[in-house]
Design a binder for this molecule. Structure first.
Ligand SMILES: [Mn+2]
Length: 477
């Protein structure tokens, strides 16, 4: 059986990539029962930016969204994305908080957790993986389709990123207990023939029961070909998004792949007819998001910049914005030439959040100042000092001297410096009068200001003290 499984990202990455993560729960509910009947491997519905966006823009409790999804999705596992030790936020959290987030995610309805680290440092996901195995294991004992631990490799290109590198990392994650290995190509840098080679190598190296799951985008227009070549090489699961929010910066569309594989040995088993009414619903949702101004139809166009410059699309637009602010738009080509040099100096990190911003900002500064590392932000210093984790290659010592100026480096796991923090954060939430559930502490830990604004709004709405305020949603900014 070489049946290909599909994870549909319509409830998470599709609208995160195309519409600033603004799809509301009420826009999902009408088709959840139908989505549950399709036969997807999983539906990605939580994690990533949804957590932030729910509270910041939509006046929604992300945990309540998860519980609602679970109420309707009785058969299909809900998949989430977890940023390793950074959890659902952007800083390193202590291990007690990592455990709590994983425990509560499963408890509220998650079935599969995809965990990754931007630098591919296994130490940054070991604590999450331990918790996923512990709480997921309990879930799995009752239902083998749930409680799955999926460890993701941040895919990137560059001199150290050869087959040997990826296979070694995948085997490390498998040995740490991963049920699935995901190739996470968030910037659509993976090319179709490379995908074939990579999946072939992973299939050969990993245990037969380990599933390989491919995540790509269609930003550069290669996404469908990447998926198809990976399928030819034996990939188990691929990510697609229903057509109204598919393609472009999002995942390749679901329907064309289902049709392509129909009747072949890779048949997904999905009935195309059943997708039609669901797609019709999301077409209306996409039109609503476009009307709100959060979806610009331009995101569906093929953008070849990544193919030419080897930098992710989002990073390129950041560079152009930074240069514009400095009034140095004419320096773009110099900055694009400086990016790979800075990347080499700091040990070739994959260019994903946060390293893409750090490398990009430093490259802009080096060019604008007319001298390399004359101006160095704290983030660059921390990256060189090992505070984001171990870099794939040694740093350039000459550059490190200029950047660190004698500041200490660490070689241990960055989170080893952190004291337990759950009880302290809980006390803060309680003393401010916002505590209604343990999950509130985790929301507050992830985005303190955003969560506090949301709690204020929620309290006002519940107590009816200021219903106008509650209605206008003036608090969340
Ligand atoms: Mn993605």
């Amino acid at each position: 059986m070489s049946k290909v499984f599909i994870m549909d990202t319509i409830l998470r990455d599709a609208h995160q990539s195309q519409a600033a993560t603004r799809m509301r729960t009420e826009q999902m509910i009408p088709v959840l029962p139908a989505l549950d009947e399709i036969g997807y491997y999983s539906l990605e519905g939580w994690g990533g930016a949804t957590f932030d966006s729910c509270m910041r823009y939509l006046n929604e409790d992300p945990w309540e969204r998860l519980r609602t999804l679970r109420k309707y999705l009785k058969k299909t596992p809900i998949q989430m994305l977890l940023r390793g030790q950074n959890l659902l936020g952007y800083r390193n959290y202590a291990d007690d908080l990592v455990e709590k987030v994983v425990e509560k995610s499963f408890e509220n309805g998650i079935g599969v957790i995809r965990v990754f680290d931007a630098l591919n440092d296994p130490r940054n996901i070991e604590s999450s993986m331990r918790a996923i195995k512990k709480y997921g294991g309990q879930l799995r004992a009752q239902d083998p389709a749930r409680g799955i631990c999926e460890a993701a490799i941040s895919y990137t290109s560059g001199p150290v990123y050869n087959l040997e590198y990826f296979v070694k990392l995948a085997k490390t994650y498998e040995d740490m207990g991963a049920d699935n290995i995901c190739i996470k190509d968030m910037a659509n840098l993976l090319l179709p023939f490379d995908a074939f080679e990579l999946v072939t190598a992973l299939k050969k190296a990993l245990r037969p029961e380990t599933k390989i799951h491919l995540h790509t985008h269609n930003t550069t227009g290669t996404g469908d070909m990447v998926n198809l070549m990976a399928i030819k090489a034996g990939v188990d699961i691929v990510d697609t998004a229903l057509s109204p929010l598919g393609n472009g910066t999002s995942q390749p569309a679901t329907e064309p792949l289902v049709a392509t594989l129909k009747g072949t040995e890779y048949d997904t088993g999905i009935d195309l007819e059943k997708l039609i009414p669901i797609a019709a619903h999301f077409k209306k949702v996409a039109a609503e998001l476009e009307k709100e101004g959060v979806l610009n139809p331009k995101v569906r166009q093929v953008d070849v910049n990544t193919l030419i410059y080897q930098v992710p699309g989002g990073m390129l637009s950041n560079l152009m914005n930074q240069l514009k602010k400095a009034g140095k738009e004419d320096k773009l080509q110099e900055v694009l030439a400086e990016v790979p040099k800075v990347r080499r100096d700091c040990g070739y990190p994959p260019l994903v959040t946060p390293s893409s911003q750090i490398v990009g900002t430093q490259a802009v500064m080096n060019v604008v100042m007319g001298e390399r590392y004359k101006m160095v932000p704290k983030e660059t210093r921390d990256l060189f000092a090992g505070k984001y984790g171990q870099l794939p290659m040694p740093v350039d010592e000459e550059a490190a001297e200029k950047v660190l100026k004698g500041a200490p480096r660490i070689t241990y796991r960055p989170a080893d410096d952190l004291e337990p923090e759950y009880e302290k954060l809980k006390a803060e939430v309680v003393s401010k009068g916002y505590y209604t559930q343990e999950e509130d502490v985790l929301s507050y830990a992830s985005f303190p200001e955003v969560a506090e604004n949301f709690f204020k709004w929620r309290k006002a709405k519940r107590d009816g003290v200021d219903t106008d305020l509650a209605k206008t949603g003036v608090y969340p900014v």
